[in-house]
Design a protein around this ligand. Structure first.
Ligand code: FPP
Length: 282
């Protein structure tokens, strides 16, 4: 029997065919979640720009969940749940377009300052969504990397994140960076500590060495950073790695950031001229 709260009931999607053999899980429990679409990672959906104009790494500040919920008279957590569903869609869309790296900012070191209920709700949401995320990742060759601190998180959340990263570590078609309990400055401080602890001589320290000690070691810098929710700042996200990223700000609230909005961002990115400090190419 269904036991949905009012707002879950209102958000429950009607059944929708996602792929010939997949239908949304419309009445099998408390979930407002959708079924992950399986695909073989060959770009089977045409991206809105040619592949040589696509970013290799897209990173997203998923802002606006709270306002999305509030304007609908719903609790903030309803916005986060819808936001988590939008995040799942985002992974699917990037995979379909053949974008090999996606990083999502799901919980910042500053988010601890939110009311305890909201923090707990976000942790619970992560736990709930991880299992489905892992099975999707296994089927589709997605490696999940955690970016951020594990310490401070509850043992259950830590265990979930460890499970996700360990089980998927050999997948190689796409890398999903989950920035959870992440802060850009904190990451640089942590990296510096580890450089010192490893006894790296001062004269050997360069940008490559620092990059190797960041949570993102081995992941290329983001080409495109998207921030939804009508704010125009980076909020301690990928502080080191964002040095030459193209930034795309949009007023769209994160739960509404669908494929059409992804396409707009990719088209805008495709029109940017990246010079990395040098002059425009003739
Ligand atoms: C910012 O919106 C969003 C967050 C602090 C959390 C982002 C989390 C999700 C999208 C869902 C969880 C994701 C996973 C992978 C489980 P806000 O709350 O600051 O919105 P507001 O600015 O409108 O208040």
């Amino acid at each position: 029997m269904l036991n949905l709260t009012d707002w879950e009931e209102r958000l429950r999607p009607s059944p929708r065919v996602l792929a010939p053999d997949l239908v949304e899980d419309d009445n099998q429990g408390r979930t407002v979640d959708i079924v992950w679409i399986s695909f073989n990672m060959e770009p089977k959906v045409k991206a809105p720009v040619p592949s040589n104009h696509l970013p290799e790494h897209v990173a997203i500040i998923m802002d606006g969940n709270g306002r999305w919920a509030e304007t609908r008279g719903l609790p903030r957590l309803a916005g986060h749940k819808q936001g988590a569903t939008a995040a799942q869609h985002m992974v699917e869309v990037c995979a379909e377009y053949g974008i090999p790296y996606l990083t999502l900012y799901a919980f910042s070191t500053e988010n601890w300052n939110r009311p305890q209920d909201e923090v707990n709700g976000l942790f619970q949401l992560l736990e709930e969504r991880l299992d489905k995320g892992i099975s999707f990742a296994q089927k589709n060759g997605v490696r999940i990397r955690h970016l951020g601190r594990l310490d401070g998180l509850s043992p259950r959340v830590q265990a979930g994140i460890r499970r996700a990263t360990e089980l998927t570590q050999n997948n190689s078609k796409m890398t999903l960076g989950l920035a959870f309990n992440y802060g850009g400055r904190d990451e640089i401080v942590e990296a510096t500590r580890r450089v010192v602890l490893n006894g790296i001589p001062a004269q050997d320290i360069d940008e490559t060495v620092i990059s190797r000690y960041l949570y993102t070691a081995g992941i290329p810098d983001p080409d495109l950073i998207i921030r939804t929710g009508n704010e125009t700042r980076l909020s301690n996200f990928l502080t080191w790695q964002a040095a030459y990223a193209e930034i795309y700000f949009t007023p769209v609230m994160w739960p509404d950031f669908d494929r059409k909005e992804v396409d707009k961002a990719l088209i805008a990115y495709g029109q940017r001229q990246r010079r990395f400090g040098s002059l425009a190419q003739e």
